[in-house]
Each structure stands twice: as structure tokens, then as C-alpha cells.
Design a protein around this ligand. Sequence first.
Ligand SMILES: [Zn+2]
Length: 320
Amino acid sequence: MPYIKETEELFHQQLSSWEQAGNNYKALEGVVAKEIIVEGFPFKVQFNPARIVSSAAKVDTKSIQERKCFLCAANRPAVQRGVEYVFNGDVKNPYTILVNPFPIFPRHLTIPQIAHTDQKIFGRFGAMLDLAVNLEGYTLFYNGPKCGASAPDHFHFQAGNRGFLPIEEHQDSLGLEKLYRDGSTSLYAATKALNGLFVIESVIANEAETLMNTLYSLLEIKDGEVEPMLNILCWYDKNKWSIAIFIRSKHRPSHYFAEGDSNILISPASVDLGGVFITPLEKDFEKITSKEIREILAEICISFEETAILAKNITNKLER
Ligand SMILES: [Zn+2]
């Protein structure tokens, strides 16, 4: 795991030399959180004011074209350093492992490809699985361009230290239904708490990648969009990959746009779906209950009924 040590050194270096990052990580230690159980699944709600930059990010085409891309090396703060990561010998398309200066996790990374290229996961499942091995101890995640990525025009993964997201430890409350098993690779669909969730477990990267491709091939791409709406989380532990794929139906929930009392500034992405809801505003942190969390999940991911239909299509395709 060559990248763990280098990444840890990067954190020490950046937190001592980069004032904004250092301050934000220090502030994170004092961030308030509360637990809310939704159908047996323990969500954490985190009141995190610094995340307003991401939750309220303007990601429409015009706003994106008018701003300087903050993931391009030329526009990054001079103090920001990175660790280069090359997947599968592809030296022409390296990634950089960066410290995320607006953390949710005590260890939070952003891993952009160096080239300025669209946020699009297809063709990069292998890189995600490989990064999960190289960054064992972290959960890798991917937010689609309309599913929470605040830089939809520049490809990037993120990663946060494990032991933080409830989904890593609380899959027993999700009513996981086994859809398929081949050798060491299994596919499940959640029937409780988290609608739109598929889980893959595997000890063989190629098998996991093939299954991800099969699932991906059955998803609908909406008009004018570049890929199916999804969020993916992936971690590697005890020689096994766990991959959680959320199929989305909406970018931001109606609570985001609501006027008055029912307004909640939340722009859900992988971390929220993994069980940590981020509220940058205190009024929302105080107000949110299991009712609002359920409403938001019901809106932004496909329903349990749609999940069951998709599950059937997947098993049909796999058994053919
Ligand atoms: Zn860029």
C-alpha cells in the first residue's frame, strides 16, 4: 500500500503549511453531530458550516463555464501539494491525491485526474477498485455530474477515512437481498432504509468490474445527460471489495428549493447516502428528523419498486 504512507505525510505537510485547510480540519473536531434512526439504519447528521461551498455550489453549465476550475493544477492554491497516482501504467492520464480543504471526514481526499476532463465514471471502475486497494483504510467515492459533484467538468474521485460512514458497518439493517453469486462475487439489492441501493462484494477485481459494467449498462441515461445518475462508494478490507451503488432519480430534493419552513439546504451525494447527512446551516441541523431524511431519500433515488424491477433485469441479463 504505497500510497497510505505518502498520503499520511501529505496530510501532515498540508495541515501545517496551508492555513485554510489547517483551520477547517481543526474546526471539524468541534463539529456537532446527532444520530437519527431511519427504518433501523443509523444516520448521522453533521452540522458543517464550511461545507456551504459545496452544498450551495452552482453547477449549471453557465456557472461552470464562467468559473476557473478549482481542480486544475494551474488554478489550485500555490500551497496545495499532491501525490501522483498512475493506474495500470497509464502514465498519460495520471491522478493526483489531494487533501480536501473543506473536510467532512477527519481524513478527506480529493483525487482528480490531472487532465481537465468531464466527470464520467464509465471506463474508470477499474481505477476506483485499484485506488481502494492502494488507499486501504479509506472509502473511495464517486459523485456523478448531476449527483453532488461540485466540479462536474473535471473528473475526480474523493475518499474519506473508514470508520465514519454508517453504511460500512450497518448493512444488516438494509434487508439486503441476494440477486446473484458467481464464485467469490455477489450482488445484492437493499429492500429497507436506503432505496435505489445495490451492493457488490468481491475478492476478484475483474469480476467486480464486470458486474459494475453490467449494472451500468442497464441504467437509463436521461435526455441531455452524459451518464446514468449515480453515486458509488467502494472500500477494500480483508482482501475483499465492498461497493455500494446508488441509482439516483433527482439531483437536489424539493426541500432544497422550498420556501420558508420546509426549506433544507442539503445537496445529497455519496456521503449523505452512506449515512452522514451534511447540513451547512444550523436551522436545518436543528429541524431535520427521520421524516425529512426519508422524504429526501424517496425523492433523490429510485424507489424500492423500481429497484426491484431493475434487480430483475440484472438477474435476467446475468443468467442469460
Ligand atoms: Zn479542471
